[in-house]
Design a protein around this ligand. Structure first.
Ligand SMILES: Cc1ncc(COP(=O)(O)O)c(C=O)c1O
Length: 364
């Protein structure tokens, strides 16, 4: 365990062993930059959400509704959920932190899958618990592997479905099998940040499972299809007892008024959401086909991003540098144990075409 050598205040045990999350680069080049490194929206936010955000100026001196009730009602209406079982947060990241904080004691274990979202080991370790890794097969989470890692100390399972950075998902039947295999006291966190992009009929984000059991939580975000990443807005759908716990420990005003107003407008703008989905579906297929034509392997993705595999880590690194130089910023995924791969977010038409042209030039 790393111990601080300076004489000032000391953090809790284990904190200095945590590798801080490294966000996608923004690009340093002067001129036009295509930022395809953080799975943000390719089509921006709904103009109605932007207008709602802009209209709150006169209200900035006042605290927002601490329970984010109008937003929870809008989310509940959109998806047919119970508003009292929704808890909103400053991004789904905050909700993942709160869940780990509330349910993990020092020495507990929490499981995540091999190429799972890297926030999970951070929030697990930050609570002095042990992050247990379950192997994946072909970059897909494996229910049998996750269940085989359960011990008497297991308290939580974190699963991104679909997963970032792989873009793969587990079917509703597989998620049910996972849940059935878990002891009742283990909390299953289904992180469905990319749920809105999934076109497969055998996928479910998890709301029905949440309503049927008291040990499943689903987290969602406004950062992806709704294009509001800058505002930091997410929500969790919880069993009543879990919602009660999160409401006890969250900041009293953890969702800002601009975020709330923009979030309500975004979730109600169904035609914008349909347009964003159609854009993603079209360009995800196009990018996959074009990259494969160039001889590279792509993990089949249901998200708004693709994992591209190069023959070697050196080539992946060289390609990343080449693209960056052209103002096209992808995500290195070495920290995920994938040094031979790069992650590409679906961009607008110009960005997607510029990327494929630059990749073609690089591979020549
Ligand atoms: C799987 C997954 N979960 C959660 C998040 C965090 O989203 P938010 O912006 O809501 O904190 C991300 C963001 O990239 C993600 O990929």
């Amino acid at each position: 365990m790393t111990v601080s050598t300076h004489k000032g205040p000391q953090p809790k045990a284990g904190i200095l062993d945590i590798h801080a999350y490294v966000p996608g680069k923004s690009g340093t080049k002067a001129g036009k930059v295509h930022k395809l490194s953080s799975n943000e929206s390719a089509v921006g936010a709904s103009p109605k959400a932007v207008a709602a955000f802009a209209a709150v100026g006169p209200e900035l001196a006042l605290y927002p509704d601490g329970g984010a009730l109008p937003l929870r009602q809008a989310i509940a209406a959109r998806y047919g959920l119970k508003p009292e079982n929704i808890v909103c947060g400053a991004g789904s990241d905050e909700l993942l932190q709160l869940l780990a904080h509330a349910y993990l004691n020092a020495g507990d274990e929490a499981i995540y899958s091999q190429f799972g979202f890297l926030v999970y080991p951070i929030v697990i370790s930050a609570n002095d618990a042990t992050a247990v890794i379950a192997s994946e097969h072909h970059h897909v989470a494996d229910v049998g592997e996750i269940l085989s890692r359960v011990t008497a100390k297991t308290k939580m399972v974190f699963l991104a479905n679909p997963n970032n950075p792989t873009g793969t998902y587990l079917t509703a039947a597989e998620i049910k099998r996972l849940h059935r295999g878990l002891p009742a006291h283990v909390l299953l966190v289904l992180d469905a940040a990319y749920a809105e992009f999934v076109m497969s009929n055998d996928y479910e984000a998890g709301a029905a499972l949440v309503e049927a059991h008291d040990n499943v939580v689903m987290t969602r975000t406004f950062s992806k299809i709704h294009g509001l990443a800058a505002l930091r807005l997410g929500w969790a759908y919880c069993p009543p007892a879990v919602a009660d716990v999160l409401n006890r420990i969250r900041g009293p005003f953890n969702v800002s008024l601009p975020a709330m107003k923009a979030g309500i407008a975004a979730i109600e703008d169904t035609s914008f959401i349909e347009m964003a989905l159609a854009h993603n579906t079209k360009w995800l297929q196009w990018l996959t086909a074009e990259i494969e034509k160039l001889g590279l392997k792509v993990t089949p993705s249901v998200g708004n991003f693709l994992l591209i595999h190069f023959p070697s880590a050196e080539q992946a690194r060289a390609c990343d540098a080449y693209l960056s130089d052209k103002g096209i910023v992808l995500r290195r995924v070495d920290a995920y144990g994938l040094p031979q791969a790069l992650r590409l977010s679906v961009g607008d038409k110009e960005a997607n075409q510029a990327f494929v042209q630059a990749l073609r030039d690089f591979l020549k």
